[in-house]
Ligand binder design. Structure first.
Ligand code: PLP
Length: 263
């Protein structure tokens, strides 16, 4: 079967981010997404109104049903919502329920792109320390990198997260809307291995981070190495953001929804 990626992520009813972003992006990469739902959010393409996280036992039961059934070739985590969910996933790795060596893309979601809360940031940050050592690739934006590392300097922050156990860290300035080009820096084993500068498209996007991380997980599930996956994902994300749908053409602040089926 197509390479299976087991995702842990939240439902975004607008369809821009979360579970739907995972399913569409992994499908576009050539893989099959299986999803354990971690939270149900109440949100539009413009703002988060609230969320209810799923109990860790419920998320674990969903994941186990997949792990005992499908040949899982990669793991991807997005919004986890609670520290219990983070700890439970770390436990799945420790117990060997997730086979050792399975590529793992950890998108350390702390807040929505629109600024809305997706969990208690300081407790999530502490809990992520437990999960980071299992990550093949951590994909923080600059806010997440600084929150996780406690450091302002991007290079020092990425290197610290590698020291904490992440095999690679892809730092993105995509959510710094007042900056110029989107800069991406890939650190592998603490060494800067690749940098890219992508033109910043007009508009803000809902679920661009989720889409990139899931597509990367789909590539790793197919056996690509991290650098090759990052280069492939850069090309793909530009294409789907260029083709994004604009739900509110009269409101320049409203977010656009990536068109992940764009050819
Ligand atoms: N996961 C869920 C369920 C979300 O609702 C969001 C943002 O709204 C995210 C993840 C992160 O989104 P982005 O890819 O825009 O950073």
């Amino acid at each position: 079967m197509r390479p299976v990626v087991l995702c842990f992520s939240g439902l975004d009813p607008s369809g821009g981010a979360g579970i739907q972003a995972d399913i569409e992006s992994i499908g576009a990469s050539g893989g099959h997404a299986a999803v354990a739902c971690t939270a149900i959010t109440i949100q539009s393409s413009q703002q988060v109104f609230g969320f209810e996280a799923c109990a860790a036992e419920l998320v674990r039961a969903q994941a186990m049903a997949v792990l005992e059934d499908l040949p899982v070739s990669a793991i991807k985590t997005g919004m986890l919502g609670t520290t219990d969910n983070i700890t439970m996933i770390a436990q799945l790795f420790r117990e060997g329920q997730i086979a050792q060596g399975t590529p793992f893309v950890l998108d350390p979601v702390l807040v929505a792109n629109s600024g809305g809360s997706l969990g208690n940031v300081s407790t999530l940050v502490d809990a992520f320390l437990d999960l980071i050592p299992f990550a093949t690739l951590l994909t923080p934006n600059t806010y997440e990198l600084r929150a996780l590392s406690g450091l302002q300097d991007l290079r020092a922050g990425a290197q610290l997260l590698c020291e904490q156990g992440a095999k690679a860290v892809l730092v993105k300035t995509s959510h710094d809307y007042d900056s110029g080009d989107i800069e991406q820096y890939l650190y592998v084993d603490g060494q800067l291995t690749h940098e890219s500068f992508l033109p910043r498209l007009p508009g803000e996007f809902h679920g661009s981070g989720c889409s990139l991380a899931s597509y990367l997980a789909g590539c790793l599930a197919q056996g690509m190495d991290t650098l090759t996956a990052v280069k492939a994902a850069d090309i793909w994300i530009q294409k789907v953001l260029r083709a994004a749908d604009q739900p509110h053409p009269d409101n320049s602040k409203a977010q656009w929804i990536p068109h992940r089926f764009a050819q």
